[in-house]
Design a protein around this ligand. Structure first.
Ligand code: SF4
Length: 375
């Protein structure tokens, strides 16, 4: 395939490494963006995966799938997506759903603010846009939880607007393509790449172009392990491949270490029911249900003393296995005890729930999965 007489590439017939180096070296990093669309779309047409949200890309379907896919793998999202749509098939039903039911449908996907923002936005769409998703990138950006990436994905895939959708995957593959050493976590770098991509996105297939970039990042120019350059439609002009330096990109400024919080989890059992309490309306895991807990790692004696101080009469206590849960910015390092009681004195703040009902009706975050499995 010829582009301005500079380079030839074809994803089915890969040039050898020396030829690749020569070709890549002859393309300036600014020029290489002009080369990406045609081979990328040809590759996408022949290799794209069949995914449920691609079958019927209504604005609602695209929006829901993009929000679910943030931080979550495609395979993990599929069953959630189907279940969610079975129960909430449109924006009106999402706007009307009870928060507890919504969180239950989201349980296991994590990052629950995504679900809350979906509902807030659905209400906004019902009130301000007559129940129809706005068809404009800038209007989409006004919805809760919709940033430039999601707005770009919805506007291009569902409405055919030629706007980019740049997330970490796209930043990674473009930084490799151009051996670009800028920090991809820098918001200014992301904005500049969005502006550059806006100049090369094909007007006739913007949604496919954005999905093809995402697909390439998901299955070929992968984040962990070596990228599969031999399958890549850009291998003939990718600078990082030519330099043999693909794994050095993208460059990211070092993150702050996660804060470790020690907790003592209490599985308080009364008959065949266990104590749960609702978390505060704001902050981490807001509004979800959890097992009671104490700050720090407490010994058996300290737990018993704490319970007695609160007026609880523990009958028996047993140490459970420790567990750890990692959030984006912190991790919980948990010890736990099973405490049996035969009266409910001192426990007015809790609800006592049978395990089956807990699983079916109460949104309990996956941070407690190790303990949910024990009851
Ligand atoms: Fe470059 Fe290889 Fe990534 Fe393709 S898969 S963009 S050739 S590093």
């Amino acid at each position: 395939m010829k582009h301005n007489g500079i380079v030839e590439t074809n994803y089915t017939e890969q040039p050898n490494r020396a030829a690749s180096h020569e070709a890549a070296a002859s393309v300036s990093t600014a020029d290489s963006l002009n080369l990406i669309a045609e081979p990328l779309l040809a590759w996408y047409d022949s290799r794209r995966r069949i995914l449920p949200w691609r079958e019927d890309p209504t604005p609602y379907h695209v929006w829901l799938s993009e929000i679910m896919l943030q931080q979550t793998r495609v395979e993990a999202v599929k069953p959630y997506y189907e279940r969610f749509l079975n129960e909430l098939p449109d924006i009106a039903s999402l706007a009307a759903v009870e928060e507890e039911r919504l969180l239950k449908l989201w349980e296991g996907l994590g990052y629950y603010n995504r679900a809350r923002n979906l509902k807030k936005s659905a209400l906004q769409i019902m009130e301000e846009y007559g129940g129809r998703m706005p068809a404009d990138y800038h209007e989409l950006m006004k919805l809760c939880g919709v940033g430039s990436y999601t707005a770009g994905a919805i506007a291009s895939i569902a409405f055919g607007q030629a706007v980019p959708a740049v997330d970490g995957n796209v930043l990674r593959i473009l930084s490799r393509l151009r051996a670009d050493g800028r920090d991809i976590l820098d918001a200014g770098v992301k904005r500049s790449i969005e502006a550059e991509l806006a100049g090369v996105i094909p007007e006739d297939r913007p949604g496919d172009f954005n999905q093809a970039l995402m697909e390439l990042g998901a299955v070929v120019c992968i984040p962990h392990g070596s990228p599969k350059c031999e399958e890549c439609p850009w291998s003939g002009f990718c600078l990082a491949r030519a330099q043999g330096s693909a794994e050095a990109y993208p460059v990211k400024a070092p993150k702050k270490p996660r804060r470790v919080e020690e907790k003592t989890i209490l599985l308080i059992r009364y008959g065949d029911r266990f104590a749960l309490r609702r978390r505060p309306e704001r902050g981490l895991l807001a509004g979800m249900y959890e097992f009671p807990s104490l700050e720090g790692h407490q010994s058996e004696e300290e737990v018993l003393a704490h319970l007695r101080d609160a007026g609880v009469v523990p009958m028996r206590i047993r140490t459970l296995q420790p567990a750890r849960h990692i959030f984006t910015h912190k991790e919980w390092d948990m010890t736990a005890y099973l405490v049996r009681v035969d009266e409910l004195a001192g426990m007015g703040e809790y609800v006592f729930v049978e395990p089956e009902k807990m699983r079916d009706e109460y949104p309990v975050p996956s941070a407690f999965a190790a303990y949910m499995a024990l009851i």
